[in-house]
Design a protein. Structure first.
Length: 221
């Protein structure tokens, strides 16, 4: 069985577009069989174990002023250890770094992503607990609009369009696998930021086809 860790933000968690009440913080989550992680599990079958590690608001390596635990760099190594041994890590982050409160440049975000990849490749949590797992770096679909919750993503669309080219360079530099989701998936028109059910299905099918191309090492138990 190949173990795959899906490390991402609200689109890995399964946030239902437009479902949040910012006064009560009530929100809705798609059931597992509607989330791309659960669909991917069904598509790949029993020879694979899909591990969800999605968190709403997660960034690459920056902290919020008022929200704790959302820094992706802080939790990555414990997550790798917790779920080891791992054959593959699917890494899909970056959209939350575009929030205007962070005032981050694309260079800042690229540095954050590079730091995450370095944590993975310097680990020994791969299939044999001696080498690192493989990495699939995913460039997220581009935001549909910038009006989500009082324009918190103001000016983000132009920078999001640069993700694919930037992340491809990062993946090449670290000899990682790369997938650009933008040509295949459009985020929901409801909030411009999240996967709807159709997007979850398309993304799972896209990943399934990509993963089946991988050459995994045999695990020695």
């Amino acid at each position: 069985m190949k173990s795959i860790l899906c490390y991402g933000d609200s689109n890995t968690w399964g946030f239902v577009p437009g479902s949040i009440n910012f006064e009560t913080m009530y929100m809705e989550r798609y059931p597992r069989d509607k989330r791309w992680t659960g669909i991917l599990q069904n598509l790949l079958g029993n020879n694979y174990y899909i591990i969800e590690e999605g968190l709403n608001g997660r960034t690459t390596n920056v902290d919020y002023k008022e929200l704790s635990g959302r820094n992706g760099k802080t939790f990555l190594l414990p997550s790798l250890y917790t779920h080891s041994p791992l054959d593959l890590v699917i890494l899909m982050l970056g959209l939350n770094d575009l929030k205007k409160e962070f005032n981050r440049s694309n260079q800042d975000i690229n540095q954050g992503m590079s730091e995450l990849i370095e944590i993975i490749i310097q680990s020994k949590y791969g299939h044999d607990m001696q080498l690192p797992p493989k990495i699939l770096l995913v460039s997220s679909p581009v935001l549909v609009n910038e009006t989500y919750s009082d324009d918190m993503f103001s000016g983000a669309i132009v920078r999001a369009r640069q993700f694919a080219a930037d992340f491809k360079k990062i993946a090449d530099n670290y000899h990682c696998h790369f997938l650009d989701a933008a040509p295949h998936i459009q985020l929901s028109q409801i909030d411009g930021l999240h996967f709807d059910e159709k997007a979850h299905q398309i993304f799972a099918e896209l990943l399934s086809a990509e993963i089946k191309k991988f050459s995994f090492s045999c695990r020695v138990d």
